[in-house]
Design a protein around this ligand. Structure first.
Ligand code: PNS
Length: 170
């Protein structure tokens, strides 16, 4: 079995500097990294899976060992299908812990060959989230510190509420 393939899963709605930091660091640790845009039943997404894949691809040019895919099924099944032995996730504040712990244990139950590894989020990304980015973009705020230039306009075009109560132009 190939022990050097890792999966970085998430909703990525949209991808942020926080996600990209984890993907980049995982790409240095593993021979191959597969970024999986997966479905989180608890979240309503603003971008289609195809749009999210496209945005991530725009941001990872230069990371030659990273592939980006969409998968609509169970992550544990996808890991088995691709012979991946690790799921790599970023861990932010303590508030992430219980949810991530539950997912890690469930994935282990579903696929005993896969280990979940957590990378500590860089301190500047500790409180960064996709939903925060969307909220700021919707009100015409500057999202340059949170997402790469390559996808900034994609996000504003979709999220900015034209003629919103703020009256602020992005
Ligand atoms: O970025 P998110 O929303 O925290 O990522 C959660 C995600 C998409 C990785 C998780 O919901 C997931 O793995 N979905 C795929 C379906 C699945 O395998 N569900 C069981 C997880 S224990």
């Amino acid at each position: 079995m190939n022990r050097l393939t890792a999966i970085c899963p998430g909703s990525f709605d949209p991808v942020t500097f926080g996600h990209l930091d984890i993907i980049t660091r995982a790409s240095r640790l593993f021979e191959k990294v597969i970024v999986v845009v997966a479905s989180n039943g608890a979240k309503h997404c603003s971008f289609t899976p195809e749009e999210r894949v496209k945005m991530i691809k725009k941001c990872i040019a230069g990371l030659d060992n990273v592939e980006v895919v969409h998968f609509g099924g169970l992550l544990a099944d996808y890991a088995a299908k691709r012979n991946a032995t690790a799921i790599v996730k970023g861990l932010r504040a303590m508030s992430d812990f219980e949810y991530e712990f539950q997912m890690a244990l469930t994935n282990k139950k579903l696929n005993p060959n896969v280990e979940t590894l957590f990378l500590t989020t860089a301190s500047q990304n500790m409180y960064l989230s996709s939903s925060m980015v969307k909220q700021i973009a919707s009100m015409g705020g500057d999202i340059s510190s949170f997402v790469p230039e390559e996808i900034k306009e994609d996000i504003i075009d979709r999220i900015y509420i034209k003629n919103s109560e703020t009256g602020v132009e992005p």
